[in-house]
Design a protein around this ligand. Structure first.
Ligand SMILES: [Zn+2]
Length: 287
């Protein structure tokens, strides 16, 4: 696990074990707000031990930004006195899919032994909620696209957006909706005054890098859709899909030790199936 600070009171913890997942903490004398957990208990425990050693706190809230296990598998590691907070959609998704997803992950590794599902108890149902802690105000806002329950956390006093998978080195929409994702990315740029963005995976984005990075994600989604539509119209099939590299859609192949290429391939396959299905519906309607 790697630890860094993005401001005096905000720490970011990055997993060494899986896909450079990040978790963050807003630290005050009155209490600590943790945003997301790390994928495996060993690293989540390490993060909690560090936060307990700062002489601040205690940890009062743990926020889940969305239901995916790589960000929520540590829920049950936190003390029962720590209140779990999320959007109502995340609570619902974890209740519906959490146990099955965790069981599937446990099949692939013994690093999750002893982990069980813990569902958020405190939920908000509208678009936003503000958590106040010490001298900090943390705005939680529903920003769907990566998933239908994706939420971001904006620390007003520090102008830091803890964006989770709403901002990643490549936008990953297999579980979500690419159109909604684009709207959300535009909203992120318009809505917030930003010093930095903590991405759900990988490096922290600094002020000067933010507009170009987010615009390149919107452009990526547009290019990908155009290219796949073209492949379908020209009936060029799977071989042409294989040639559709992440670089040719304007994103680097390097981040997350190259894992972005796997995310990109999954995007390609998912969008191809979706567009084929949409087109066959159009054809049926014409007939
Ligand atoms: Zn995710």
């Amino acid at each position: 696990m790697r630890r860094e600070r993005v401001s005096d009171d905000i720490y970011v913890f990055t997993s060494d074990l899986y896909a450079q997942v990040t978790a963050s903490a807003i630290v005050t004398k009155e209490g600590i707000i943790v945003i997301d957990t790390l994928p495996f208990p060993s690293e989540t425990r390490e993060m909690i031990a560090y936060l307990n050693s700062t002489g601040q706190g205690p940890i009062k809230y743990l926020v889940n930004t969305h239901w995916h296990g790589d960000h929520t598998n540590g829920n049950s590691i936190f003390a029962p006195t720590v209140e779990l907070v999320s959007h109502q959609r995340c609570q619902q998704a974890l209740s519906e899919f959490g146990a099955a997803e965790l069981a599937a992950s446990k099949e692939t590794t013994n690093l999750l032994d002893g982990v069980h599902i813990r569902i958020p108890e405190v939920v908000f149902e509208e678009g936003e909620m503000v958590l106040h802690m010490g001298n900090k105000s943390v705005e939680l806002a529903l920003m769907p696209g990566h998933t239908f329950d994706s939420t971001v956390a904006y620390v007003r006093e520090d102008k830091v957006l803890i964006a989770s998978d709403t901002v990643m080195p490549v936008p990953y929409f297999v579980w979500g909706d690419r159109h909604v994702f684009k709207e959300t990315l535009r909203e992120v740029l318009q809505k917030y005054n930003l010093e930095s963005i903590v991405q759900g995976h990988g490096e922290v984005l600094l002020r000067g890098e933010i507009p170009a990075s987010i615009e390149s994600s919107i452009r990526y989604l547009n290019i990908l859709e155009d290219r796949i539509n073209d492949i379908i119209e020209k009936k060029r099939g799977e071989r042409a899909l294989a040639k559709l590299t992440i670089d040719s859609c304007g994103k680097s192949r390097i981040p997350l030790n190259g894992l972005v290429q796997d995310l990109h391939r999954a995007n390609v396959q998912s969008l191809y199936k979706l567009l084929l299905a949409e087109k066959s519906v159009e054809v049926e309607q014409k007939v």
